[in-house]
Design a protein around this ligand. Structure first.
Ligand code: C2G
Length: 447
């Protein structure tokens, strides 16, 4: 008797899962299905699993395809199970190609092609089904987005749009998507929500078009390069009761969210100063260094450093000044200084200069120190005059961190309130307004 085993979360069981189970069963005579526990999923950084382990087991049982169901509760269990149950074939979807080759020492490993686009779009209530996302753009961040989306239960990236059809086709093939399109209308009509990962200057037009088609939008930072443009887009989203969320991953990560709540609760006294630095040495013929594509340290990185500043002090600064170093028409390093009524802030961003990349929030009783990479907040300390009182905080920041913004996007789509408290419209607009002021000033500087 040939024994096959497969594993999965099987949350909101759908056609793609059933299709996988059918083909796994057909590989042998006896199919064992491992269903993940909540703890195991948490440990591997899978977010937003809706159903309990018991409900998911019942759903798998109801398919009638499993001869036996077991639970998967720890890392390394697959090796134990394969030996314990005398397994001949381990089968899993092709989104995991290569990841389970280490099991070849114990049995055959078969990757079954994953089902492209699984949801039933006739169910209009998005909370009752998988939300299908289309991506605009097919560059580096778009690639990372697809990989991270697999760790958020309830979403499925199904398509890509690129005005260049060949680029869309290549991306679609690489990620096994259903739709590759250079026609915006037909692309938008076939998805529930859109993630914009195209060059900065194209964001505003794409957001407007997507909202006008009734689609929720998650847009890469900087949402736009102009304060008035950002304001008008949020108004449009609001008037249509659609989500418009700016993808600044730090804002949605558990560590950063807690840091902000902690310091706002007064544990370091009244907050008087924020210093934030983020530099990333970048070379080559890249969009980031191209003045025609709005490249430069501020447009590329200021969204991160401005995030703690606007979250703690808002947008009513009395004065802001910038000091930059330029190379080939872009700022390779910029320092910004703010005067608020009762406080100060400063930031450093750089594509061509390296600094210590930390975040320091100073108060009247102590300060918060977040070492680099603070934008992937995994650890911080609250420090006081008496060093014995130092408190240390540790968090998980899984993968690339994009999964946290995807989780928030999905949460907002399914909730009556379409605005996130983790990055409010006011905060996102404040970030836009600072970038706008910088760009306008930079034009005069460069002339
Ligand atoms: N699947 C598929 N087509 C889809 C979606 C999922 O073929 N459109 C497959 C996956 O590749 C996987 C199975 O269905 O083989 C279960 O998918 P999930 O519930 O998303 O679980 P997953 O995170 O893939 O679990 O130990 C857990 C496993 O390693 C993977």
């Amino acid at each position: 008797m040939k024994k096959v085993i497969t594993y999965g979360t099987f949350d909101m069981l759908h056609y793609g899962h059933i299709n996988l189970l059918k083909r796994a069963k057909a590989l042998g005579d006896y199919l064992i299905v491992g269903v993940t526990t909540e703890n195991y999923d948490k440990g591997r950084g899978k977010l937003n699993v809706q159903k309990s382990c018991i409900d998911r087991i019942n759903d798998v049982r109801a398919t009638g395809l499993a001869d036996e169901i077991i639970i998967e509760e720890y890392e390394g269990q697959k090796i134990d199970d394969i030996q314990k149950y005398g397994i001949d074939i381990f089968a899993i979807g092709s989104d995991w190609v290569g990841k389970f080759d280490y099991l070849k020492e114990y049995c055959d490993v078969v990757y079954l092609e994953r089902t492209k686009g699984i949801s039933s779009t006739q169910i209009r209530d998005l909370s009752q089904r998988i939300v299908e996302i289309g991506i605009i753009g097919s560059g580096r961040i778009a690639n990372r987005f697809v990989l991270e989306s697999k760790y958020v239960s309830g979403v499925d990236v199904v398509g890509v749009y690129n005005p260049n059809q060949a680029s869309a086709d290549a991306f679609c093939a690489k990620h096994e998507l259903k739709i590759a399109s250079s026609n915006f209308d037909s692309f938008a009509e076939n998805v529930d929500a859109i993630y914009i990962a195209s060059p900065h200057k194209t964001h505003a037009d794409y957001i407007r078009q997507a909202l006008n088609k009734g689609k929720h939008v998650l847009c890469e930072k900087p949402i736009t390069l102009s304060k008035t443009e950002t304001e008008s887009l949020y108004e449009l989203a609001n008037s249509k009761n659609l989500v418009l969320l700016e993808a600044i991953k730090t804002a949605y990560s558990p560590g950063f969210t807690h840091l902000i709540s902690l310091v706002k609760s007064g544990c370091i006294g009244t907050i008087k100063d924020v210093e934030a630095s983020f530099t990333k040495l970048t070379t080559g013929n890249l969009r980031e260094l191209n003045p025609q594509m709005a490249g430069g340290s501020v447009t590329e990185l200021a969204s991160y450093v401005l995030l703690p500043i606007v979250k703690l002090f808002g947008n009513d600064f009395c004065d802001v000044r910038f000091f930059s170093s330029y190379e080939n028409g872009v700022d390779i390093f910029t320092k910004g200084l703010f005067q608020f009524k009762q406080s100060t802030a400063s930031f450093k961003v750089g594509l061509g200069v390296k600094t210590e990349g930390c975040l320091i929030i100073s108060g009247t009783k102590g300060y918060a120190y977040v070492p680099a990479p603070w934008w992937k907040t995994e650890y911080f300390e609250l420090r006081y005059e008496d060093l014995n009182n130092t408190k240390k905080y540790f968090y998980k920041f899984d993968g690339d961190g994009l999964r946290y913004e995807i989780e928030e996007f999905l949460h907002l789509i399914n909730s009556p309130k379409k605005e996130s408290y983790k990055l409010s419209i006011k905060e996102s607009t404040a970030i836009s307004s600072v970038i706008d002021i910088y760009i306008k000033g930079q034009k005069t500087t460069l002339i």
